[in-house]
Design a protein around this ligand. Structure first.
Ligand SMILES: CC(C)(COP(=O)(O)OP(=O)(O)OC[C@H]1O[C@@H](n2cnc3c(N)ncnc32)[C@H](O)[C@@H]1OP(=O)(O)O)[C@@H](O)C(=O)NCCC(=O)NCCS
Length: 163
């Protein structure tokens, strides 16, 4: 029996942004909230493209500001579906930066976001599975399972005693 699903490549998102003077903080590097918005937008488009349903962000994990990106940095934002669970899916995002004269891109901000797909009634609805293909996609698929266990266990722990 063949497993029905869509390949990771079908919903891969890649976009570029230039860090403009209005995007930086008082230290001259990109404002964190601006980066978070770019990350959420790319991940949301990826989730929407994969599920072909309305999607909402339910959680953001391990969003790390690894390196500062000064004005005039060209940001590349890449987002792909790591794993579909049932009504939710994990999207991995990687933001890198490049400046003229740099030999390679610098990692600026990796993050993992969970989106829930909503059916026509506005309730969580099942999402078509994703089919990982390359070794990297298979590794991300497996690690997404570990992250889900950790985030749901923590959410459950925090709920105990808190109505
Ligand atoms: C998303 C929403 C509809 C889910 O409602 P809910 O009653 O919590 O739904 P459920 O308990 O049925 O859970 C739905 C999915 O979310 C997952 N989920 C629940 N809590 C979670 C958490 N803390 N972290 C990650 N996933 C979580 C569940 O595991 C389930 O996924 P699964 O079916 O793949 O196992 C609701 O929480 C909501 O509307 N949140 C606001 C979303 C929003 O406004 N986002 C910002 C703008 S896009």
């Amino acid at each position: 029996m063949s497993i029905q699903g869509k390949p990771v490549s079908a919903s891969f998102v890649e976009s570029s942004e230039l860090v403009q003077p209005g995007d930086v903080n008082v230290y001259g590097s990109v404002f964190g909230g601006h980066l978070m918005s770019l990350v959420d937008k790319a991940a949301g488009i990826c989730a929407y493209r994969h599920s072909e349903m309305n999607v909402v962000t339910i959680s953001v994990d391990q969003l790390i500001f690894k390196s500062a990106a000064p004005a005039a940095t060209i940001l590349s934002i890449r987002a792909s579906v790591n794993r579909v669970f049932n009504t939710s899916m994990e999207i991995g995002v990687r933001v890198t930066g490049w400046r003229p004269g740099s030999k390679k891109e610098t990692l600026i901000c990796p993050a993992y976001l969970t989106f829930v797909a909503l059916g026509p009634d506005g309730e969580p609805a099942p999402i078509i599975p994703v089919i990982p293909d390359t070794p990297d996609q298979i590794r991300r698929f497996e690690q997404a399972g570990l992250r889900r266990e950790a985030r749901l266990a923590l959410a459950q722990k925090m709920r105990v005693g808190n109505p």
